[in-house]
Write a new protein. Structure first.
Length: 102
């Protein structure tokens, strides 16, 4: 399960560095590295789990929450109640989904 969480964080870092690659091309290579690591970890994780839908759900929610945190730390986004509650709903639904799947 840890592979999917790490894969989601790497996916978010790849997306963030890809956005930064418009200003500096070195970020393009960092983005390729993060996406490659994401693919590798996700593939390793899929070999150890029976439910692919659980893996994709964890990857998606982890990527979205990680991107939200990156934007909050870079001050590109202000935390509003709607963002807070939607993130909370995503995390709770992922928790319920993991409990039902395992």
């Amino acid at each position: 399960m840890i592979f999917f969480f790490l894969s989601g964080v790497l996916n978010a870092l790849g997306t963030f560095t890809l956005k930064l690659s418009n200003k500096n091309t070195i970020f393009l290579f960092a983005s390729i590295f993060f996406y490659g690591s994401n693919f590798f970890l996700f593939r390793v994780g899929l070999k150890s789990i029976n439910s692919a839908s659980l893996a994709y759900s964890v990857l998606t929610v982890t990527s979205l929450i990680s991107l939200l945190l990156i934007d909050l730390f870079n001050k590109n986004l202000k935390l509003s109640p709607s963002i807070f509650f939607s993130s909370l709903i995503m995390i709770i639904s992922l928790y319920i989904f993991i409990k039902k799947a395992t």
